[in-house]
Design a protein around this ligand. Structure first.
Ligand SMILES: [Zn+2]
Ligand SMILES: [Zn+2]
Length: 156
């Protein structure tokens, strides 16, 4: 378990119980939106407001304790800064996952072609997750069976 008090102190940020709780919740869930954090924290701090959470999360992002994940068409989510990774989102159920791949070649090419000194990276892939894919193929099979049954029934 990461010592969040220590991490806040290193970044010269004031250690408050709310901040530590926000970080703990995000650490536990991997990725969380402001609403997700609010729903969870409200159990411990019934008087906490959405605005307080928003304010704290913004500061934690500014100091690189948290990073923001912006997925087009979805609410922003937050995660603790860790190893570089890409995100993959299921367009059907909205699930967001971390994928660890080696993209050093991509980064080098990008740096070489643009001349930029790249210091941040964000990549999102979108598609249909294996679980949704399974449900979809089951459903299309069912439709097929229903259509077939209907045909037989009509012929009798
Ligand atoms: Zn899915
Ligand atoms: Zn992530």
């Amino acid at each position: 378990m990461v010592n969040f008090e220590k991490e806040l102190k290193i970044k010269k940020l004031k250690v408050t119980p709310q901040r530590v709780t926000i970080l703990k919740e995000i650490a536990e869930y991997g990725h969380a939106s402001i609403d997700d954090i609010y729903e969870r924290i409200k159990k411990t701090y019934p008087s906490i407001s959405l605005a307080t959470i928003y304010k704290n999360v913004t500061i934690l992002c500014q100091f690189n304790v948290l990073s923001e994940i912006k997925v087009p068409g979805y609410k922003q989510k937050y995660e603790l800064n860790r190893e570089k990774h890409v995100h993959i989102v299921c367009d059907q159920c909205g699930k967001l996952e971390d994928i660890y791949i080696d993209f050093s070649a991509l980064e080098q090419d990008c740096q070489k072609n643009s001349g930029y000194n790249i210091h941040r990276f964000s990549a999102i892939f979108m598609g249909i997750c294996p679980e949704c894919e399974k449900v979809n193929s089951r459903e299309s099979n069912n439709h097929f069976i229903t259509a077939n049954n209907h045909k037989q029934w009509c012929h009798n």
